[in-house]
Design a protein around this ligand. Structure first.
Ligand SMILES: C[S@@+](CC[C@H](N)C(=O)[O-])C[C@H]1O[C@@H](n2cnc3c(N)ncnc32)[C@H](O)[C@@H]1O
Length: 249
């Protein structure tokens, strides 16, 4: 299972050959050019929630693949990543941008982020590797730091909900892991791997968001005027959440 410890591997063996832009598989799966697919995500899930006055926060930016856009569209941007080398790479990449802050965190909390001071929380291609306990901790933090009316957009795993209790199989080597992949994915994905998706379903994510006090506005796995763009390669989901005015503390 992709534990917090496993997620430290992004600091160790991974090459980051193109700073994250090497992950073109989701675009290929839906038959779209990578750049168009990437832009469609930003146009659909980030741009509508940002104004030039926005305070944004990104969890797990890696080398800054999505950060590049957020930096240009927010008045302030706070970056949190578990791995020091990722934060260091972002610090160098965005060295000229005085409105960005950088923090190596514990993989579950947002130290230094003020209560009700953030308009927009973003994370793509990172929560897919986080297990439910980590996600629950972050959702509690999002509910704390978001202003009433603020949004959080998170891309995460979407295994079959009914199969979550069998998730322990993942720990027992390649054959049980393969069996679990077959049982927990809605359609066969590309070959053997399951993209190291965590044992999380769309429904589990929504229930954790509700428990944290966030309203789930939508959960989608395709977008675009013809639904031509998607994140279905490994059955992922994008969840858009809102902190409602009623949740003001
Ligand atoms: C697959 S990379 C994706 C990076 C970036 N979001 C992108 O799409 O290019 C996963 C990132 O998540 C970070 N990460 C993993 N678990 C984390 C956690 N619990 N808290 C914060 N960052 C985490 C890793 O350090 C790495 O930067």
């Amino acid at each position: 299972m992709p534990s917090r410890d496993w997620n430290k591997t992004w600091d160790r063996g991974y090459e980051w050959s193109q700073g994250g832009d090497e992950w073109t598989g989701q675009a290929e799966y839906c038959g779209q050019p990578y750049e168009a697919w990437k832009q469609s995500i930003l146009d659909t899930f980030a741009a509508p929630y940002l104004t030039p006055q926005s305070v944004a926060l990104e969890v797990a930016p890696g080398r800054g693949r999505w950060t590049e856009f957020l930096v240009r569209h927010a008045a302030k941007l706070h970056l949190f990543d578990l791995n020091p080398s990722c934060i260091e790479a972002c610090r160098q990449r965005f060295a000229d941008d005085d409105h960005v802050t950088f923090c190596v965190n514990d993989g579950a909390s947002l130290p230094g982020a003020e209560d009700e001071a953030v308009d927009f929380v973003w994370s793509y291609d990172s929560f897919v590797h986080m297990e439910a306990d980590t996600i629950a901790a972050y959702l509690g933090e999002f509910a704390r730091v978001l202003r009433p009316g603020g949004r959080a957009v998170i891309h995460h795993a979407g295994r079959r909900h009914a199969m979550l209790p069998l998730g322990f199989l993942i720990r027992y080597g390649s054959l049980p892991r393969y069996l679990y992949k077959l049982l927990s994915m809605k359609r066969d994905t590309m070959g053997w791997p399951d993209g190291k998706r965590s044992v999380v379903s769309r429904q589990l994510f929504a229930s954790l968001a509700l428990k944290a006090g966030l309203e789930v506005e939508c959960q989608v796995d395709s977008w675009g005027d013809k639904g031509q763009f998607d994140c279905k390669r490994f059955n992922d989901v994008v969840t858009v959440m809102k902190k409602s005015a009623a949740s003001r503390g």
